[in-house]
Design a protein around this ligand. Structure first.
Ligand code: HEC
Ligand code: HEC
Ligand code: HEC
Ligand code: HEC
Length: 184
């Protein structure tokens, strides 16, 4: 009677131990199945990722790469207040336009009221997270009212998109007036 009781208790322990051992072996086997081959090659990450990152297509380029083909815009853009602004911010990535140094497709060009939305992405007064000195901002419709125009007037009627102060400066000069601030 006593012996029977003891052996059935022992049986439970063996069963649990067996399950744990089989589970452990299965886990080690499954880990081997799913681990990428180059895991741990250089450290605790997938070594092959270095190769993958090297092969990621470069989609964006600098303004210099646009200037090669767009000479007239180069002269305007480089001389103006937008000289630090990337062409791609307004026109999209280089790779959609040029492949192997050849023209392959049109670049998106914003038109009409889309231009207002584009400008206000950076120049809207309601962007509060940025210090005001970094990019000058305007509030609408006050800015247009101040300039005595209709609210449906568009930014590029007064600001040339590639050099926003070009026409403004010319207008001040024509009227023999000084622009406020220090605007070269
Ligand atoms: C602030 C936004 C902005 C930036 C930065 C910008 N562009 Fe533009 N670009 C425009 C807009 C808007 C138009 C359309 C102008 C219009 O309709 O009055 C345009 C027009 C053009 C056009 C003429 C296309 C057409 O059909 O009218 C070319 C070419 C061009 N941009 C190239 C460039 C290059 C190259 C750069 C960088 C040196 C650049 N742009 C930077 C907004 C921008
Ligand atoms: C290898 C030369 C080349 C380079 C580099 C180049 N473009 Fe162009 N781009 C062209 C040609 C060609 C056209 C078509 C001109 C036409 O239709 O009259 C064009 C047209 C455009 C237009 C007018 C819309 C269109 O696609 O027809 C814009 C805007 C433009 N490019 C922007 C850019 C920007 C921004 C860059 C740099 C990120 C750039 N381009 C780099 C050759 C180039
Ligand atoms: C990607 C952000 C960006 C976009 C989009 C953008 N700008 Fe600018 N803009 C700048 C930066 C940066 C400057 C230079 C810093 C400054 O003077 O505020 C600038 C300067 C200016 C200035 C001169 C401010 C001054 O008095 O010194 C005007 C005007 C202007 N932009 C108008 C426009 C117009 C119009 C558009 C739309 C066609 C536009 N911007 C789109 C970033 C942007
Ligand atoms: C009727 C013409 C006109 C229109 C339309 C216009 N602006 Fe202006 N804007 C001006 C003039 C002129 C100045 C220069 C102010 C000065 O220094 O006297 C200016 C200045 C600015 C400045 C610099 C503000 C500063 O604090 O120095 C920004 C940014 C600007 N405009 C953005 C825009 C944007 C964005 C739009 C479209 C939503 C737009 N403007 C539409 C005429 C205009």
């Amino acid at each position: 009677m006593e012996k029977k009781y003891k052996s059935s208790y022992y049986g439970h322990v063996v069963k649990i131990a067996l399950i744990l051992i089989i589970g452990g072996v299965l886990a080690v086997w499954a880990r081997g199945l799913f681990l990428p081959e180059t895991m741990g090659q250089y450290g605790h990450y997938r070594g092959g990722d270095l190769e993958d990152q090297r092969n990621v297509e470069v989609r964006n380029h600098t303004n210099e790469s646009c200037y090669e083909c767009h000479r007239p815009i180069r002269l305007i853009h480089k001389a103006g207040v937008h000289k630090t602004v990337s062409c791609e911010v307004c026109h999209g990535p280089y790779a959609d336009h040029i492949k192997d140094d050849k023209y392959v497709a049109k670049m998106p060009v914003k038109r009409n009221m889309e231009i207002k939305t584009l400008c206000l992405r950076c120049h809207n007064k309601i962007i509060r997270a940025r210090p005001e000195e970094s990019i000058k901002v305007v509030a609408l419709p006050q800015h247009l009212e101040e300039k005595k125009v209709q609210v449906d007037h568009n930014c590029n009627q007064c600001h040339m998109v590639h050099d926003p102060l070009l026409w403004v400066k010319a207008a001040y000069e024509m009227m023999g007036m000084e622009m406020k601030g220090d605007k070269k």
